[in-house]
Design a protein around this ligand. Structure first.
Ligand SMILES: [Zn+2]
Length: 387
């Protein structure tokens, strides 16, 4: 990973949830602390703001308010009396249903779809045993299985990106072929989108690929541990960042990414919320830190892929299991993901207040929950080896 230029790094300009959390943490008296937090939230949840949120013309304001993570959102209570934040509808937004896509033809070498997507099969691994895809019901922690994946994790192959120009054709093709061979060898992803936008299926969708390693995600009713067992891996050829801090993804790659995402979402009824980047889900159980892998920590073109900006969602690893992040992860992320992190921090804080315990105590309880579930997720019939 290329280090970001220090001079480009800017702290959040606006009053952030993290600042409020920090201040609240320093108020010793629990009732006064709760009052402070309530007031902070109340300011932004006042009626005019709510009205503004409902107004389509002011949708940008909703993004701003939600980005601060201070608007109270509905919560659902699980069987154990815990409160979990329901999906912030405004963050997901309406209109993110996948376009309907069907298969037009299938040959030994490729498949063609109604939206123009062409899937190349030359590097596809032979089908082995189909597996069950696994998730947990949040309310009961009960494991559920089905035969199809629940979501998509987007990656980059972290390979070298030559300048995308005609004079580089030969080398671009050579590097692309090398990447595909390597990915195939280690069953790294279900799909690779090369720099010309060609979509290569590597691991059949009915089987796990080793793409996500230790990872956490959640939606309204369920959470996911070790996403190799539940999500498909789609990887864009290239590094996560170049020297300028940008992700050198090409226009054909983004175009194909959208077509492929639409196909997978149609085929498996994958919700927009369950289409996320590796950096959003990756965790390190050894130090209980998030962002062990940082591909697509910033710059993922959610909008162009036909998805809501999921960077704004608080990472469930923090809110459900008490994971933490350090300055280096924050530096690797873009401002959009900071907003998700700020929201997660505030949510954690609220959880501690609601239970009248200190933040460290609440976090210990959550991490204990993760460790207990992690041991289940590591059982051989559940887990697959990952990075
Ligand atoms: Zn990755």
């Amino acid at each position: 990973m290329t280090k970001l230029d220090e001079s480009r790094w800017q702290p959040p300009r606006r009053l952030s949830a993290a600042v409020i959390s920090w201040r609240a943490d320093r108020i010793a008296e629990p009732v006064a602390r709760l009052q402070f937090l309530r007031q902070s939230a109340a300011f932004l949840s006042s009626r005019p703001v709510h009205r503004a949120l409902r107004s389509a013309r002011l949708r940008h304001l909703s993004a701003f308010v939600l980005a601060l993570g201070l608007l109270p959102v509905p919560t659902v209570s699980d069987g154990a009396g815990r409160q979990h934040r329901a999906v912030a509808r405004e963050a997901i937004g309406p209109g993110y249903e996948a376009a309907t896509v069907w298969q037009v033809e299938s040959t030994d070498t490729h498949e063609l779809y109604s939206n123009g997507l062409r899937i190349e099969k030359r590097y596809q691994l032979l089908r082995q045993q189909p597996v069950a895809f696994v998730r947990f019901r949040t309310a009961t922690e009960q494991m559920e299985q089905r035969s199809t994946p629940y979501g998509i994790v987007f990656h980059t192959t972290e390979s070298h990106a030559l300048p995308f120009e005609e004079g580089q054709n030969r080398n671009l093709r050579r590097i692309g072929a090398g990447v595909l061979q390597y990915v195939r060898q280690i069953r790294a992803y279900h799909y690779v989108i090369d720099r010309f936008g060609r979509v290569w299926r590597i691991v059949p969708e009915s089987e796990p690929a080793h793409h996500a390693g230790n990872s956490v995600w959640a939606e309204e009713q369920h959470f996911y541990l070790n996403l190799n067992a539940s999500f498909l891996g789609v990887s864009f050829e290239g590094p996560s960042r170049d020297e300028s801090g940008q992700t050198p993804v090409t226009a054909p790659q983004i175009h194909s990414g959208r077509l492929l995402t639409d196909l997978l979402r149609t085929r498996y009824r994958i919700s927009a919320r369950n289409c996320v980047t590796h950096a959003q889900v990756s965790v390190n159980p050894e130090n209980m830190g998030i962002g062990y892998h940082t591909d697509w920590a910033a710059n993922f073109p959610f909008e162009q892929i036909g998805l809501p900006d999921n960077y704004l969602l608080p990472p469930p690893a923090i809110t459900l299991f008490g994971f933490q992040y350090d300055a280096s992860f924050r530096n690797a992320t873009g401002e959009r993901l900071w907003r998700g992190l700020d929201k997660a921090d505030l949510e954690l804080q609220k959880g501690a207040f609601a239970r009248k315990v200190s933040l460290p105590v609440w976090r210990r309880e959550l991490t204990g929950r993760y460790r207990r579930l992690y041991s289940i997720a590591r059982q051989p019939d559940f887990s697959v080896e990952g990075n």
